[in-house]
Write a protein that binds this ligand. Structure first.
Ligand code: FMN
Length: 207
């Protein structure tokens, strides 16, 4: 069976920089034989976590919106490519809303001790694409930390980052000499299951 790769695009800009990189990474994954699916968070209705903590008892988020559909896809995926612009030194709000809603996975894993993703032998891996407009690179540290905790609750190994700074205008990434090629390469490598996951997360930082 083909490996399932889920691509999540968090940018509010359709065909913005992180979105274009994600599409290229998914092309790479598809070329390596995976079945890919692309989701754009701005097309969905996902409200923020209200901290009702009902998931601590039920294991389920009680807000009925598009999150439930995304959660099902997150649980099914073998690989995840999560793409976000940098907003105020971290992932954008659309990304953070989805991440916070996954508190029910945290509750299942750490409170109820009944992980939703039960098969511990399931080889699940994830990578991050993030683009910032400024010359700073400090924001990538915040992204690393947020995504480390997120992928832990998803029971996914954090295998790679593609971080790009100094790219600001919508679609400007198309003029970058190698960024799209790197996205394609990382997307294709993500699905080569013959390769064991790297011991340390691969960091590709481009300017
Ligand atoms: C609300 C907002 C906050 C931003 N904050 C940062 C920031 O903290 N650091 C940075 O380098 N760029 C920042 N930017 C610039 C974006 O990261 C940049 O335009 C990026 O290319 C957007 O990616 P996208 O096209 O995938 O949406 C910000 C942009 C907006 C709209």
């Amino acid at each position: 069976m083909a490996m399932k790769v889920l691509g999540i695009s968090a940018s509010p800009r359709l065909k913005g920089n992180s979105d274009l990189l994600l599409r290229e990474a998914l092309n790479g994954a598809e070329s390596a034989g995976a079945q890919v699916e692309y989701i754009r968070l701005c097309d969905l209705n996902i409200s923020p976590c209200v901290e009702c903590n009902s998931c601590y008892k039920t294991g389920r988020c009680r807000i009925e919106d598009d999150y439930q559909m995304v959660l099902a896809k997150l649980i099914e995926a073998d690989r995840l490519i999560f793409a976000t612009p940098i907003f105020f030194m971290n992932v954008c709000a659309q990304a953070k809303i989805l991440i916070d809603r996954c508190q029910c996975l945290w509750a299942n894993k750490y409170v109820l001790k009944k992980p939703l993703i039960t098969n511990g032998e399931h080889d699940r891996r994830a990578m991050v694409i993030a683009v910032g407009g400024t010359k700073s690179k400090k924001m990538f540290d915040s992204v690393r930390l947020t995504m480390k905790y997120y992928f832990d609750v998803l029971d996914m190994q954090y295998v790679a980052n593609l971080f790009i700074n100094k790219v600001d205008d919508c679609g400007q990434i198309k003029k970058h000499p190698i960024a799209l090629k790197e996205a394609y390469r990382l997307g294709s490598e993500l699905v080569s299951s013959a390769t064991p996951p790297p011991k340390k997360t691969i960091d590709v930082e481009l300017t």
